[in-house]
Design a binder for this molecule. Structure first.
Ligand SMILES: Nc1ncnc2c1ncn2[C@@H]1O[C@H](COP(=O)(O)OP(=O)(O)OP(=O)(O)O)[C@@H](O)[C@H]1O
Ligand SMILES: [Mg+2]
Length: 333
């Protein structure tokens, strides 16, 4: 695999004015990126994950030549984003959260033809490319091809934005929360396409998201960013292995006449703390506790519960999720 995006110690500050009175304001400096470094290789999907304001969009915009870094260097396929911006733009396809620039009074097809022409495509090759992309993103199937953009649903807009990002068939894709607000079929379509573009066509994809489930299924590697600093990186499994392996045990039981308190205390004897209890709509009780080595206490816990006359219906042991990793490294809650 070859390096597609190389970000080296990038810093970015925003200087804004903060109103302190009716007329008076004072300068406020926001350090959006405090020395961020990472690489994205061809053929991989790298997720950039972090809470609101972490610096994800700023990073994407700097790589896309839409924003200048204050210091540090960024290369796209070896071209410096500051000094060789034109070369960089030729190689990237970008999709931002707030999609601007589409024309409401043009159809989806006409919009793509317009942008295709701007990118230097023309004639038959332009028409073929647009048709292919409309097919690929199922815009034809949704009947969206000849509809005006202003009548598009959010899912159709997102699909059109991805189609636009792919017009030049760029080797590098920068996708900023491409599935935000989409329904499951549209989100799934975009995810499967992005994965295929990396796997089958060797594209390098930088993908920002808040959705842990999504990050886990599509990203080969994940970068967690918080307050302008990369706080953890690795494959989803590597990251999960780096946090304390606390597993959550969920025991679904059918209550008997014994008091709830006695059962909770019986479990506390083995586990060290009282479990949480929640009743399901069927009248069963869900007992939930977290522990590092469930295998050491499960037998005892089940025996204790059964001894109180409860019947064990289901048992689940939940492994740490990427969300736990996220909470652990970002200190979010
Ligand atoms: N144009 C701007 N002027 C001033 N501050 C800005 C500007 N753009 C972003 N910021 C600030 O920089 C920081 C990083 O913002 P950025 O948009 O990169 O975060 P993000 O990780 O994309 O967040 P979100 O998940 O909300 O999209 C935030 O504190 C934000 O308020
Ligand atoms: Mg953002």
């Amino acid at each position: 695999m070859t390096v597609a995006i190389d970000v080296k110690d990038v810093r970015k500050r925003y200087v804004t004015k903060k109103r302190t009175g009716l007329i008076r304001s004072r300068k406020e400096v926001i350090e959006a990126l405090k020395g961020v470094s990472f690489k994205v290789m061809h053929g991989e999907v790298v997720g950039l994950l972090g809470p609101n304001g972490a610096g994800k969009t700023t990073t994407v915009k700097i790589i896309a030549t839409l924003l200048l870094p204050d210091s540090g260097e960024v290369f796209v396929e070896g071209f410096d984003v500051v000094r060789r911006a034109r070369e960089v733009r030729r190689r990237i396809g970008i999709m931002l959260t707030v999609e601007k620039g589409f024309y409401g009074k043009l159809t989806g097809r006409e919009n793509l033809e317009y942008f295709g022409a701007l990118y230097g495509l023309s004639g038959d090759s332009l028409r073929r490319r647009v048709s292919h992309l409309m097919e690929l993103l199922e815009l034809k199937k949704l009947g969206a091809e000849e509809r005006l953009f202003e009548e598009y649903s959010l899912g159709m807009k997102a699909r059109l934005a991805l189609a636009r990002a792919l017009l030049k068939d760029p080797p590098v894709l920068l996708l900023d929360e491409p599935t935000l607000g989409l329904d499951p079929p549209s989100a799934r379509k975009i995810r499967s396409l992005v994965k295929a573009l990396a796997r089958e066509e060797g594209k390098a994809v930088l993908y920002t998201t808040h959705n842990m489930f999504e990050a886990e299924i599509i990203c080969d590697r994940i970068l967690m960013i918080n307050k302008g600093v990369i706080v953890a990186k690795g494959t989803p499994n590597d990251l999960k292995a780096r946090i304390p392996r606390i597993r959550t045990v969920v025991l679904v039981v059918k209550p008997a006449s014994t008091s709830e308190e006695r059962v909770l205390n019986a479990i506390k004897t083995s586990v060290g703390s009282k479990p949480e209890i929640r009743y399901t709509s069927e009248g069963y009780a869900e007992l939930r506790f977290s522990i590092e080595k469930p295998e050491e206490v499960l037998n005892e816990v089940i025996k204790a519960v059964v001894a109180q006359g409860y019947e064990v219906l289901r048992l689940k042991v939940e492994e740490p999720t990427l969300e736990d990793v996220f909470m652990y490294f970002t200190g979010a809650s």
